[in-house]
Write a protein that binds this ligand. Structure first.
Ligand code: BGC
Length: 728
């Protein structure tokens, strides 16, 4: 019978307590001898990067059978977008705008990871990202706080299920709080200096959503906000996260980040660093050894109290209890792999198809079945490892389907010739002649361009998020041949390629799609799947526009072509190449009849907004409908558009359907001048469309009446108006 955790705490020495707060790393199949010694002495509470079931079993046995108190270890790993089966990177999957899909892929990854003994994942990554120079945009759900919040809740549900004790589920970690994505000039690990309002409105909502969904852990960011590193940020971790949101899980440090409080310039030595982090509420020290080296001195100097240590240890023990480790320390390990992983591969293919964004298409796609010869050209044409992306966990053991293989399988009676042309990076153009030779003989060129998987993700910032190496040269030679060119962009970020968009017959963002990349791409190119991905980030025309996002605040001098003294660039349009939400399909969706159930809303009320969506195109397809609001007059200027809801609808050719959204009065609240939430009386615009491009939005409005005493009222939905197109 396991001892209750408070009895365990009472029995622990200081070294054992600090051990519970310490996480160190293994190397896949093993750990160093001193790590084994530390486990035996009760000097470790958790491990990361050990993912080999027999090793997990043996290390767990050491902890349970050979330590004084027999406290089991937690094994953690970055399971970002799949474990053995790799799904699309989070930025790509965000393009599906589908919480049910996000939840399913997380659940499938959890089922695979728990079989390898993993109990805790350092995911989902929820950093709002508006700067494609920052490599970690690949791991994030993109630029929008609502999209990020829905993604957060779905991933937490998918990883954790109903109970952490379920041996097929993982404890999730919402990371990295806060505002890591706002690093200066997109440079990895750099400082950020943002307003309290930006933190509240943009960077924290996804973390709050994760906390509300019951996330087990939160990881602090490496970075600082205006001089206060996240690992020492009392206002963020203690006041906001724990007291404000009621989060009672574990806060884990990032890799070595507590010790980094010294080079950050806020701690003189390791004892001060340890005290700052523990006092701010960081429970687990990942890899820094800062608690082990610093906490005894911090306690002796009175920088931290024994009760803070105990509170952190209790949170760690509670996580172990919730995971069911005191009942079954070997949870998950006796489950054998399913004989056939076809179901998971099927899900990976579906997720990959739905992540692809068709950016432009002059009608060349879908490829006609009559094609006789296709040239698949470019450094990503036959690449497999890059398809897996920057956090491919254990996925590298099996190869991903390449684009060329996917096309070969999809077009069995068509000749598929492949040439690399150039490497992904570097100046070597010696392969271009060969690429020309096959391209000249082909009906169409599928141009496979983009990044290597190491060019994004952590420490993957690029000052110029463009095509690396000599790829532009290759592309221009191909475009000059005068044949139809379908360009595929494999990348962890939007790539700046206005010249390509201008000249190619079609351009697709195919991101890093995981194991099923090649099949999913072939499905979309051939029309076996109708593209339905929508951009979760604005796609810039030029690096000079970055950061670029749809939810800009108005200016006192909106752009006017004829007036120099207005908000614009002299040398570029201010608009993105493609707006947030953009994504074409082989269907044509037409929206009309936007209507609202009441023209007033009071505090406590809700209203229904409905719109007709018709598929006027030749193919069945999925439309994504976005609902934005705009508050034109407020005590603090509100963004030009704010996403408040989205939904998807599948329509056969010629079919139409009414799509409904329910908006509660809280939808119209925002942080007032003192940052506390306000609901203000006034007109609010409701804008509905398929992207954030202003000219494609239908508009209506309603009046908010900020009367807290009013009785809740609901309106009946009127019949659709007969006229179509924008207007109110
Ligand atoms: C990353 C985290 C990750 C951790 C453990 C760090 O370098 O910033 O996102 O969870 O390593 O692998």
């Amino acid at each position: 019978m396991a001892r209750p955790i408070d009895a365990l705490l009472a029995a622990m020495t200081l070294e054992e307590k600090i051990g519970q707060l310490t996480m160190t790393e293994g190397s896949g199949h093993g750990v160093a001898r001193d790590v084994q010694t530390a486990i035996r002495q009760g000097g470790l509470g958790s491990l990361l990067n050990v993912h080999h079931a027999p090793t997990v079993r043996e290390l767990q046995r050491l902890a349970v059978e050979e330590t004084r108190l027999g406290i089991p270890l937690v094994f953690g790993l970055d399971v970002l977008h799949g474990h053995r089966t790799i799904f699309p990177i989070p930025l790509a999957e965000a393009a599906a705008f589908d919480p049910a899909l996000w939840e399913k892929t997380a659940a499938a990854a959890a089922a695979e990871a728990t079989r390898d003994g993993i109990m805790l994942t350092f995911a989902p990554m929820l950093d709002l990202a508006r700067d494609p120079r920052w490599g970690r945009i690949a791991e994030s759900p993109g630029e929008d706080p609502l999209l990020g919040s829905r993604f957060a809740a779905a991933k937490v549900r998918g990883f954790q299920g109903h109970a952490l004790s379920d041996p097929m589920r993982l404890a999730a970690t919402a990371k990295h709080i806060g505002a890591y994505g706002a690093v200066t000039a997109g440079r990895e690990y750099a400082s950020s200096d943002i307003s309290e309002r930006s933190l509240l409105e943009l960077h924290l909502p996804a973390f709050k959503a994760a906390a509300e969904a019951g996330v087990a852990a939160v990881m602090a960011a490496f970075t600082d906000i205006a001089g206060v590193p996240a690992h020492a940020n009392v206002a963020l971790l203690r006041d906001r996260l724990r007291q404000g949101w009621g989060f009672d899980g574990v806060v884990v440090s990032d890799y070595g980040a507590i010790a980094e409080l010294v080079p950050h310039g806020v701690a003189a030595d390791i004892a001060e660093a340890a005290a700052l982090a523990l006092n701010a509420g960081v429970d687990i020290d990942m890899m820094g050894g800062a608690y082990r080296r610093g906490l005894p001195a911090a306690l002796a100097r009175g920088l931290v109290g024994a009760e803070a240590v105990d509170a952190a240890v209790m949170r760690v023990l509670r996580l172990k209890e919730q995971l069911g480790l005191f009942d079954d320390p070997y949870r998950g390990l006796s489950r054998s792999a399913p004989a056939d992983d076809g179901l998971v591969r099927g899900l990976a293919r579906e997720a990959a198809r739905r992540s692809i964004v068709l950016l432009s298409n002059d009608g060349v796609l879908p490829l006609p079945p009559t094609l006789r010869r296709v040239a698949v050209v470019g450094p990503l044409a036959a690449a497999n490892r890059p398809m897996l992306g920057p956090w491919a966990a254990l996925g590298d053991a099996t190869p991903a389907t390449t684009i060329a293989d996917g096309l070969r399988r999809a077009l069995p009676s068509c000749a598929i010739d492949v040439a690399m042309g150039t490497p992904i990076d570097g100046a070597d153009t010696s392969g271009i002649a060969d690429a020309c030779r096959i391209a000249e003989a082909a009906d169409i060129i599928v141009l496979c361009l983009g990044e290597d998987d190491t060019m994004s993700g952590e420490a993957g910032s690029r000052a110029r998020p463009e095509l690396p190496g000599a790829q532009r040269t290759l592309a221009e030679v191909m475009l000059d041949l005068g044949k139809p060119v379908v360009a595929l962009l494999t990348s962890g970020r939007p790539l700046i390629v206005p010249w390509l968009v201008e000249r190619a017959s079609a351009v697709l963002a195919t991101w890093f799609l995981g194991h099923e990349a090649g099949h999913a791409i072939a499905d979309v190119l051939t029309g076996a799947a109708n593209p339905s991905g929508r951009l979760p980030v604005s796609w810039p025309r030029d690096v000079g526009q970055v950061p670029i996002f749809y939810a800009e605040r108005p200016t006192g001098r909106p752009a006017e072509a004829a007036n120099r003294f207005t908000s614009k660039y002299l040398d570029l349009p201010a608009t993105p190449q493609f707006p947030f939400g953009h994504g074409l399909s082989y269907s044509r969706f037409v929206l009309s009849g936007l209507r609202i159930s009441a023209d007033e809303i009071r505090s406590g009320d809700d209203v229904e907004v409905a719109v007709e969506v018709a598929n006027d195109g030749p193919a069945a397809g999925q439309a994504t409908i976005l609902l934005f609001i705009h508050d034109p007059v407020a005590c603090v200027a509100r963004p030009r558009l704010e996403l408040k809801d989205f939904t998807r609808v599948g329509l056969m050719p010629g079919e139409r359907e009414s799509v409904r959204f329910r908006l509660a009065s809280e939808t119209f609240m925002f942080p007032g001048r003192d940052l506390s939430p306000v609901l203000e009386t006034g007109e609010i615009e409701i804008l509905v469309g398929t992207s954030a491009a202003p000219d494609g939005l239908l508009r209506t409005s309603l009046r908010v009446i900020a009367d807290r005493e009013a009785e809740p009222r609901r309106g009946a939905i009127p019949e659709p108006r007969t006229e179509s197109g924008p207007g109110r």
